[in-house]
Design a protein around this ligand. Structure first.
Ligand code: GDP
Ligand code: MG
Length: 358
């Protein structure tokens, strides 16, 4: 006669949990969908490029070749924006060395043509103008007008960029700004640490145009999003929007964050960007962080993003919202890797919590 021992309740619970984890691991193959949001020029496309460097094969020779013209166009845009704004500053600045006036004229007369061929003469003029003390003073006040972030980065390396055999580095590609107006999606696999079951996890990351006119497109990718990565440029607190010169960038970003926060998405990361260790800058970015965190602590408001109300209501019932923030530099691959590892870890923890017996 055999005697069946009643099963120890703890063992049973543990077995149940194993089963649920196994089930979860099956589900787990499904993609984790991350949506990058933030105002224009907050670093969304840069983060997407970092994912390609970190989790895919980076950029091919052909892509590098294609970026050459775009980087040269960034040089042209930077020098045009700088020199065009000198006279509009209050008080205005003028060119310091009159010998550079011809070069200034040359730049003023250039159009932002797509097919401009960038003769060597172009670089000579740009170099002279960029070195001019008046232009440098204007650069020092570039928070007073719209200037592409990587202006100094590219203008300082003009000798490399003018080389007919110039091959952009990863950093050059990260710093190259092109306006994104379509939704872009990349897929990549990330290794899961052994303690969480090993194997790998599929991620989808979406990048959408951040400028105002493009926001209605966001709705197309909202469905099934795991988390939103919201980017805020910490250099934007004293800058105006490129698309609306009366609007402060941080204010715009706060309003957008408020909208996204009201949307009740399951999890929300707030990334902030910065690279300077300077104490004053540190204080400024903490101030910015606190402004955004204040929004997350307010009781929910009825402010919503138009047509998605029903969707939001659905999620409000069932999903828990968290908000985590990081200071990060989107152009720094190691920094982004650390932040992304953190995000991945949080998602794993979040999934484990959602399957744990209550
Ligand atoms: N200095 C600095 N520049 C950045 C950072 N993140 C992005 N940029 C630059 O800012 C510009 C706009 O970034 P982009 O990713 O195109 O912004 P998006 O409009 O949100 O997609 C690009 O030239 C980037 O190289 C950052 O953390 N620090
Ligand atoms: Mg973009």
């Amino acid at each position: 006669m055999s005697c069946l021992k009643p099963e120890d309740p703890d063992r049973r619970a543990s077995k149940d949990l194993d089963k649920r984890i196994a089930q979860w691991m099956k589900e787990y193959d499904k993609a984790i969908k991350l949506l990058l949001l933030g105002a224009g020029e907050s670093g969304k496309t840069t983060i997407l490029k970092q994912m390609r460097i970190l989790h895919l094969q980076g950029f091919s020779e052909k892509e590098r070749q294609d970026k050459v013209q775009e980087i040269r166009r960034n040089v042209l845009q930077a020098i045009k924006e700088l020199t065009a704004n000198m006279r509009y500053l209050r008080p205005p600045v003028t060119i310091a060395n009159p010998e550079n006036l011809d070069s200034l004229d040359f730049i003023h007369n250039l159009d932002m043509m797509d097919n401009y061929t960038f003769p060597q003469e172009f670089y000579e003029h740009v170099k002279k103008v960029w070195a001019d003390e008046g232009v440098q003073e204007c650069y020092g006040r570039s928070n007073e007008f719209s200037l592409i972030d990587s202006a100094k980065y590219f203008l300082d390396k003009i000798d490399e960029i003018r080389d007919p055999d110039y091959k952009p580095s990863d950093q050059d590609i990260l710093c190259c700004r092109i306006r994104t107006s379509e939704i872009q999606k990349i897929e990549f696999q990330v290794k899961v640490p052994k303690k969480y079951g090993g194997s790998s996890q599929l991620f989808w990351m979406f990048d959408v145009g951040g400028q105002r006119g493009e926001r209605r497109k966001w709705i197309q990718v909202f469905d099934g999003i795991t988390a939103i990565l919201f980017l805020v440029s910490s250099s934007g607190f004293d800058m105006k929007l490129r698309e609306d010169n009366d609007k402060n960038r941080m204010k715009e970003s706060l309003e957008l964050f408020q909208d996204v926060w009201s949307s009740s998405f399951p999890m929300l990361y707030f990334l902030d960007r910065d690279e300077e260790e300077d104490n004053e800058y540190n204080k400024a970015r903490c101030f910015i962080r606190d402004k955004f965190l204040e929004i997350t602590r307010k009781p929910p408001t009825n402010r919503r993003m138009s047509t998605t109300e029903m969707y939001y209501d659905l999620h409000r019932e069932t999903k828990k919202r968290d908000c985590y923030w990081h200071f990060t530099t989107a152009t720094d691959t190691n920094n982004v890797k650390r932040v992304f590892d953190d995000i991945h870890h949080m998602i794993l923890m979040w999934n484990i919590q959602s399957i744990a017996p209550s």
